[in-house]
Design a protein around this ligand. Structure first.
Ligand SMILES: *Cc1c(COP(=O)(O)O)cnc(C)c1O
Length: 345
Protein backbone atom coordinates (compact mmCIF):
# COMPACT_ATOMS: atom_id res chain seq x y z
CA UNK A 1 0.00 0.00 0.00
CA UNK A 2 1.33 3.40 -1.05
CA UNK A 3 1.64 5.85 1.86
CA UNK A 4 0.50 9.47 1.53
CA UNK A 5 3.30 11.86 0.78
CA UNK A 6 3.24 13.79 4.07
CA UNK A 7 6.01 15.30 6.15
CA UNK A 8 5.18 12.90 9.01
CA UNK A 9 7.56 14.20 11.64
CA UNK A 10 6.37 17.79 11.17
CA UNK A 11 2.63 17.26 11.40
CA UNK A 12 0.96 19.16 14.21
CA UNK A 13 -2.09 18.17 16.23
CA UNK A 14 -4.68 19.50 13.79
CA UNK A 15 -7.62 18.13 11.88
CA UNK A 16 -6.65 16.97 8.43
CA UNK A 17 -9.20 15.28 6.24
CA UNK A 18 -8.53 11.63 5.39
CA UNK A 19 -10.35 9.48 2.82
CA UNK A 20 -13.12 7.69 4.70
CA UNK A 21 -15.09 7.93 7.92
CA UNK A 22 -17.60 5.54 9.48
CA UNK A 23 -21.20 6.62 10.15
CA UNK A 24 -24.07 4.74 11.74
CA UNK A 25 -27.46 6.16 12.75
CA UNK A 26 -29.88 5.08 15.47
CA UNK A 27 -33.34 5.73 14.06
CA UNK A 28 -36.72 4.10 14.82
CA UNK A 29 -35.24 2.28 17.79
CA UNK A 30 -32.33 0.57 16.05
CA UNK A 31 -28.80 1.09 14.77
CA UNK A 32 -28.45 0.81 10.99
CA UNK A 33 -25.68 -1.26 9.36
CA UNK A 34 -23.26 1.68 9.17
CA UNK A 35 -21.23 2.83 6.16
CA UNK A 36 -17.85 4.22 5.26
CA UNK A 37 -18.29 7.54 3.51
CA UNK A 38 -16.21 10.31 2.00
CA UNK A 39 -18.64 12.94 3.26
CA UNK A 40 -17.05 14.93 6.10
CA UNK A 41 -20.20 16.91 6.84
CA UNK A 42 -22.98 16.18 9.31
CA UNK A 43 -26.39 17.63 8.45
CA UNK A 44 -28.59 18.04 11.52
CA UNK A 45 -31.96 19.40 12.47
CA UNK A 46 -31.55 22.82 14.13
CA UNK A 47 -33.08 21.38 17.30
CA UNK A 48 -30.83 18.31 17.52
CA UNK A 49 -30.08 17.13 21.07
CA UNK A 50 -26.36 17.70 20.61
CA UNK A 51 -26.89 21.34 19.59
CA UNK A 52 -29.43 22.26 22.25
CA UNK A 53 -28.49 20.19 25.30
CA UNK A 54 -24.92 19.06 24.54
CA UNK A 55 -25.81 15.39 24.33
CA UNK A 56 -22.46 14.19 23.05
CA UNK A 57 -19.47 12.11 24.09
CA UNK A 58 -16.30 10.99 22.36
CA UNK A 59 -13.22 8.81 22.53
CA UNK A 60 -9.61 9.19 21.40
CA UNK A 61 -7.12 6.51 20.45
CA UNK A 62 -4.41 6.03 17.87
CA UNK A 63 -3.25 3.67 15.13
CA UNK A 64 0.45 3.40 14.40
CA UNK A 65 2.98 1.21 12.63
CA UNK A 66 4.85 -1.28 14.80
CA UNK A 67 8.49 -2.31 14.43
CA UNK A 68 7.56 -5.24 12.16
CA UNK A 69 5.51 -3.02 9.84
CA UNK A 70 2.04 -3.92 11.08
CA UNK A 71 -0.70 -1.41 11.84
CA UNK A 72 -1.83 -1.66 15.47
CA UNK A 73 -4.22 -0.02 17.90
CA UNK A 74 -3.87 -0.02 21.68
CA UNK A 75 -6.52 -1.47 24.01
CA UNK A 76 -9.60 -0.41 21.96
CA UNK A 77 -11.79 -2.60 24.18
CA UNK A 78 -11.28 -0.06 26.97
CA UNK A 79 -12.36 2.81 24.70
CA UNK A 80 -15.45 0.78 23.75
CA UNK A 81 -16.32 0.26 27.41
CA UNK A 82 -15.66 3.88 28.33
CA UNK A 83 -17.85 5.16 25.51
CA UNK A 84 -20.65 2.90 26.69
CA UNK A 85 -20.24 4.29 30.22
CA UNK A 86 -20.30 7.86 28.86
CA UNK A 87 -23.38 7.17 26.74
CA UNK A 88 -25.30 5.70 29.67
CA UNK A 89 -24.52 8.64 31.96
CA UNK A 90 -25.78 11.08 29.31
CA UNK A 91 -28.81 8.89 28.73
CA UNK A 92 -27.79 8.27 25.14
CA UNK A 93 -28.23 5.11 23.11
CA UNK A 94 -24.86 3.28 23.41
CA UNK A 95 -23.26 1.99 20.22
CA UNK A 96 -22.68 -1.79 20.65
CA UNK A 97 -19.14 -2.46 21.93
CA UNK A 98 -18.23 -5.16 19.41
CA UNK A 99 -19.40 -2.93 16.58
CA UNK A 100 -17.39 -0.04 18.05
CA UNK A 101 -14.16 -2.01 17.61
CA UNK A 102 -15.18 -3.21 14.11
CA UNK A 103 -15.97 0.36 13.08
CA UNK A 104 -12.54 1.52 14.24
CA UNK A 105 -10.78 -1.31 12.43
CA UNK A 106 -12.72 -0.61 9.21
CA UNK A 107 -12.04 3.12 9.39
CA UNK A 108 -8.30 2.60 9.97
CA UNK A 109 -8.14 0.06 7.11
CA UNK A 110 -9.86 2.49 4.78
CA UNK A 111 -7.29 5.17 5.69
CA UNK A 112 -4.25 2.90 5.94
CA UNK A 113 -2.22 5.14 3.65
CA UNK A 114 -2.44 7.81 6.38
CA UNK A 115 -1.00 5.63 9.14
CA UNK A 116 2.47 7.12 9.68
CA UNK A 117 5.52 4.87 9.20
CA UNK A 118 7.36 3.25 12.11
CA UNK A 119 9.90 5.53 13.73
CA UNK A 120 8.30 8.81 12.56
CA UNK A 121 6.78 9.47 15.99
CA UNK A 122 3.54 10.39 14.22
CA UNK A 123 0.28 8.44 14.60
CA UNK A 124 -3.16 8.26 13.04
CA UNK A 125 -5.45 9.73 15.69
CA UNK A 126 -8.87 8.07 15.81
CA UNK A 127 -11.87 10.05 17.02
CA UNK A 128 -15.12 8.14 17.65
CA UNK A 129 -18.05 10.27 18.71
CA UNK A 130 -21.70 9.75 19.59
CA UNK A 131 -24.33 12.50 19.65
CA UNK A 132 -28.05 13.14 19.87
CA UNK A 133 -29.15 13.83 16.30
CA UNK A 134 -32.93 13.89 16.71
CA UNK A 135 -34.86 17.10 17.49
CA UNK A 136 -35.71 17.97 21.10
CA UNK A 137 -37.15 21.12 22.59
CA UNK A 138 -38.60 20.03 25.91
CA UNK A 139 -35.90 18.72 28.23
CA UNK A 140 -35.45 15.08 27.27
CA UNK A 141 -32.94 12.75 25.67
CA UNK A 142 -32.89 12.63 21.89
CA UNK A 143 -34.60 9.66 20.25
CA UNK A 144 -32.07 9.52 17.41
CA UNK A 145 -28.27 9.24 17.58
CA UNK A 146 -25.32 9.24 15.25
CA UNK A 147 -22.09 7.34 15.87
CA UNK A 148 -19.14 8.45 13.81
CA UNK A 149 -15.45 7.59 13.57
CA UNK A 150 -12.97 9.76 11.73
CA UNK A 151 -9.19 9.70 11.64
CA UNK A 152 -6.56 12.37 11.25
CA UNK A 153 -2.77 12.01 11.09
CA UNK A 154 -0.96 13.83 13.90
CA UNK A 155 2.70 14.56 14.43
CA UNK A 156 4.97 13.52 17.27
CA UNK A 157 3.65 15.14 20.43
CA UNK A 158 7.06 16.39 21.46
CA UNK A 159 9.06 18.00 18.71
CA UNK A 160 12.63 18.30 19.88
CA UNK A 161 12.16 16.53 23.21
CA UNK A 162 9.65 16.59 26.02
CA UNK A 163 9.93 20.01 27.58
CA UNK A 164 8.45 20.08 31.10
CA UNK A 165 5.19 21.99 31.44
CA UNK A 166 4.21 24.68 33.89
CA UNK A 167 0.76 24.34 35.49
CA UNK A 168 -1.30 26.59 37.68
CA UNK A 169 -3.83 25.62 40.32
CA UNK A 170 -7.16 26.61 38.81
CA UNK A 171 -9.76 28.84 40.44
CA UNK A 172 -12.37 26.98 38.41
CA UNK A 173 -13.66 23.48 39.06
CA UNK A 174 -13.58 20.78 36.39
CA UNK A 175 -16.07 18.34 37.88
CA UNK A 176 -18.43 18.06 40.81
CA UNK A 177 -18.81 15.04 43.09
CA UNK A 178 -21.46 12.79 41.48
CA UNK A 179 -21.25 14.91 38.31
CA UNK A 180 -19.84 13.97 34.91
CA UNK A 181 -16.08 14.23 35.45
CA UNK A 182 -15.61 10.47 35.00
CA UNK A 183 -17.08 10.34 31.49
CA UNK A 184 -15.69 11.65 28.22
CA UNK A 185 -18.42 14.19 27.57
CA UNK A 186 -18.01 17.20 25.31
CA UNK A 187 -19.61 19.32 28.02
CA UNK A 188 -16.58 18.79 30.29
CA UNK A 189 -14.45 20.40 27.63
CA UNK A 190 -16.86 23.22 26.75
CA UNK A 191 -16.74 24.48 30.31
CA UNK A 192 -12.95 24.05 30.60
CA UNK A 193 -12.03 26.18 27.57
CA UNK A 194 -12.29 29.51 29.35
CA UNK A 195 -10.24 28.17 32.27
CA UNK A 196 -7.60 26.89 29.83
CA UNK A 197 -7.38 30.18 27.94
CA UNK A 198 -7.16 32.07 31.24
CA UNK A 199 -4.28 29.86 32.38
CA UNK A 200 -2.52 30.29 29.04
CA UNK A 201 -2.96 34.07 29.09
CA UNK A 202 -1.29 34.02 32.49
CA UNK A 203 1.67 32.14 31.04
CA UNK A 204 0.83 28.57 32.06
CA UNK A 205 0.43 25.50 29.87
CA UNK A 206 -2.47 23.88 31.71
CA UNK A 207 -4.61 23.91 34.84
CA UNK A 208 -4.33 21.61 37.80
CA UNK A 209 -7.87 21.12 39.08
CA UNK A 210 -8.50 20.33 42.72
CA UNK A 211 -11.57 18.52 44.05
CA UNK A 212 -14.59 20.81 43.93
CA UNK A 213 -15.89 19.94 47.41
CA UNK A 214 -12.82 20.77 49.52
CA UNK A 215 -10.20 22.18 47.14
CA UNK A 216 -7.58 20.14 49.00
CA UNK A 217 -7.14 17.09 46.74
CA UNK A 218 -5.55 16.74 43.31
CA UNK A 219 -7.91 15.77 40.48
CA UNK A 220 -6.51 16.14 36.95
CA UNK A 221 -5.91 18.70 34.20
CA UNK A 222 -8.45 19.51 31.50
CA UNK A 223 -7.52 16.46 29.47
CA UNK A 224 -4.92 14.32 31.24
CA UNK A 225 -4.51 12.37 34.50
CA UNK A 226 -1.62 12.91 36.92
CA UNK A 227 1.04 10.50 38.01
CA UNK A 228 3.57 11.42 40.66
CA UNK A 229 6.83 9.74 41.59
CA UNK A 230 7.88 9.87 45.23
CA UNK A 231 11.50 10.43 46.26
CA UNK A 232 11.77 6.68 46.94
CA UNK A 233 10.45 5.81 43.44
CA UNK A 234 6.86 4.92 44.25
CA UNK A 235 4.34 5.70 41.51
CA UNK A 236 1.29 7.50 42.90
CA UNK A 237 -1.89 8.47 41.03
CA UNK A 238 -4.94 10.29 42.42
CA UNK A 239 -8.05 8.24 43.13
CA UNK A 240 -11.33 10.11 42.71
CA UNK A 241 -14.82 9.39 41.41
CA UNK A 242 -14.74 12.59 39.37
CA UNK A 243 -11.63 12.08 37.23
CA UNK A 244 -11.69 10.51 33.79
CA UNK A 245 -10.24 6.98 33.90
CA UNK A 246 -7.33 7.46 31.48
CA UNK A 247 -6.39 4.28 29.62
CA UNK A 248 -2.80 5.52 29.38
CA UNK A 249 -2.60 6.09 33.14
CA UNK A 250 -4.13 2.69 33.91
CA UNK A 251 -1.63 1.07 31.51
CA UNK A 252 1.30 2.97 33.02
CA UNK A 253 0.41 1.72 36.50
CA UNK A 254 0.59 -1.86 35.18
CA UNK A 255 3.89 -1.11 33.44
CA UNK A 256 5.32 0.43 36.64
CA UNK A 257 4.43 -2.60 38.73
CA UNK A 258 4.85 -5.51 36.32
CA UNK A 259 7.66 -4.32 34.03
CA UNK A 260 9.67 -1.99 36.23
CA UNK A 261 9.01 -3.61 39.62
CA UNK A 262 7.97 -0.31 41.20
CA UNK A 263 5.49 0.09 44.02
CA UNK A 264 2.25 1.71 42.84
CA UNK A 265 -0.52 3.49 44.73
CA UNK A 266 -3.88 4.76 43.56
CA UNK A 267 -5.15 6.90 46.42
CA UNK A 268 -6.34 10.35 47.34
CA UNK A 269 -3.49 12.83 46.85
CA UNK A 270 -3.58 15.99 48.92
CA UNK A 271 -2.34 19.13 47.19
CA UNK A 272 -0.31 19.64 50.36
CA UNK A 273 1.83 16.57 49.47
CA UNK A 274 2.63 17.65 45.92
CA UNK A 275 5.69 19.66 46.96
CA UNK A 276 7.29 16.48 48.30
CA UNK A 277 7.15 14.47 45.04
CA UNK A 278 10.22 13.98 42.86
CA UNK A 279 8.47 13.89 39.47
CA UNK A 280 5.09 14.77 38.04
CA UNK A 281 3.61 13.79 34.68
CA UNK A 282 0.39 14.11 32.70
CA UNK A 283 -0.99 10.95 31.09
CA UNK A 284 -3.06 10.70 27.94
CA UNK A 285 -3.18 9.02 24.55
CA UNK A 286 -1.52 11.84 22.62
CA UNK A 287 1.70 12.29 24.60
CA UNK A 288 1.62 9.16 26.82
CA UNK A 289 3.46 11.19 29.51
CA UNK A 290 4.10 14.93 29.47
CA UNK A 291 6.49 15.96 32.22
CA UNK A 292 5.52 18.77 34.59
CA UNK A 293 8.37 20.93 35.89
CA UNK A 294 6.54 23.49 37.96
CA UNK A 295 3.15 24.14 39.55
CA UNK A 296 2.09 27.63 40.55
CA UNK A 297 -0.42 27.96 43.38
CA UNK A 298 -1.37 31.64 43.27
CA UNK A 299 2.22 32.80 43.26
CA UNK A 300 3.57 30.02 45.48
CA UNK A 301 5.75 27.90 43.20
CA UNK A 302 6.50 24.21 43.45
CA UNK A 303 9.52 23.08 41.42
CA UNK A 304 10.00 19.35 40.99
CA UNK A 305 13.57 18.08 41.43
CA UNK A 306 13.41 16.68 37.88
CA UNK A 307 13.74 20.29 36.71
CA UNK A 308 12.56 22.41 33.78
CA UNK A 309 14.80 21.03 31.05
CA UNK A 310 13.96 17.34 30.79
CA UNK A 311 11.73 14.52 31.91
CA UNK A 312 12.56 12.83 35.23
CA UNK A 313 14.23 9.39 35.11
CA UNK A 314 11.26 7.29 36.27
CA UNK A 315 8.81 9.10 33.97
CA UNK A 316 11.23 8.50 31.13
CA UNK A 317 11.45 4.78 31.90
CA UNK A 318 7.67 4.54 32.09
CA UNK A 319 7.30 6.37 28.78
CA UNK A 320 9.92 4.26 27.01
CA UNK A 321 8.51 1.00 28.34
CA UNK A 322 4.91 1.77 27.38
CA UNK A 323 5.84 3.05 23.91
CA UNK A 324 8.10 -0.01 23.52
CA UNK A 325 5.09 -2.22 24.26
CA UNK A 326 2.89 -0.26 21.85
CA UNK A 327 5.45 -0.41 19.05
CA UNK A 328 6.04 -4.16 19.40
CA UNK A 329 9.60 -3.72 20.66
CA UNK A 330 8.71 -5.18 24.08
CA UNK A 331 6.26 -8.04 24.72
CA UNK A 332 2.74 -6.78 25.47
CA UNK A 333 0.38 -8.06 28.14
CA UNK A 334 -2.37 -10.29 26.73
CA UNK A 335 -4.96 -8.30 24.75
CA UNK A 336 -3.24 -4.90 24.78
CA UNK A 337 -2.35 -4.71 21.09
CA UNK A 338 -4.85 -5.22 18.29
CA UNK A 339 -3.17 -5.70 14.91
CA UNK A 340 -5.06 -4.58 11.85
CA UNK A 341 -4.48 -6.69 8.77
CA UNK A 342 -4.56 -4.74 5.55
CA UNK A 343 -5.99 -6.47 2.50
CA UNK A 344 -6.77 -9.60 4.52
CA UNK A 345 -9.38 -10.89 6.93
C1 LIG B 1 -9.28 11.54 27.37
C2 LIG B 1 -8.95 12.11 28.70
C3 LIG B 1 -7.83 11.69 29.44
C4 LIG B 1 -6.81 10.73 28.90
O1 LIG B 1 -7.33 9.44 28.68
P1 LIG B 1 -6.57 8.41 27.75
O2 LIG B 1 -7.51 7.26 27.69
O3 LIG B 1 -5.30 8.05 28.41
O4 LIG B 1 -6.34 9.08 26.44
C5 LIG B 1 -7.64 12.24 30.70
N1 LIG B 1 -8.48 13.17 31.21
C6 LIG B 1 -9.56 13.60 30.52
C7 LIG B 1 -10.44 14.62 31.13
C8 LIG B 1 -9.83 13.08 29.25
O5 LIG B 1 -10.90 13.53 28.57
Amino acid sequence: MEKQNLDWSNLGFNYRKTEKRYVSNFIDGKWDDGILTEDTNVVLNESAGVLQYAQTCFEGLKAYTTQDGQIAIFRPDLNAQRMEDSAKRLHMQPFPKDRFIDAIVETVKANASYVPPYGSGATLYIRPSLFGSGPVIGIKPSEEYQFRVFTTPVGPYFKGGAKPLTLCVSDYDRAAPYGTGHIKAGLNYAMSLHALRTAQQNGFDENMYLDAATRTKVEETGGANFIFITKDNKVVTPKSESILPSITRRSLMVVAEKYLGLEVEEREVLFEEVKDFAECGLCGTAAVISPVGKIDDHGKEIYFPSGMSEMGPISKKLLETLTGIQMGVLPAPEGWIKNITIGGA
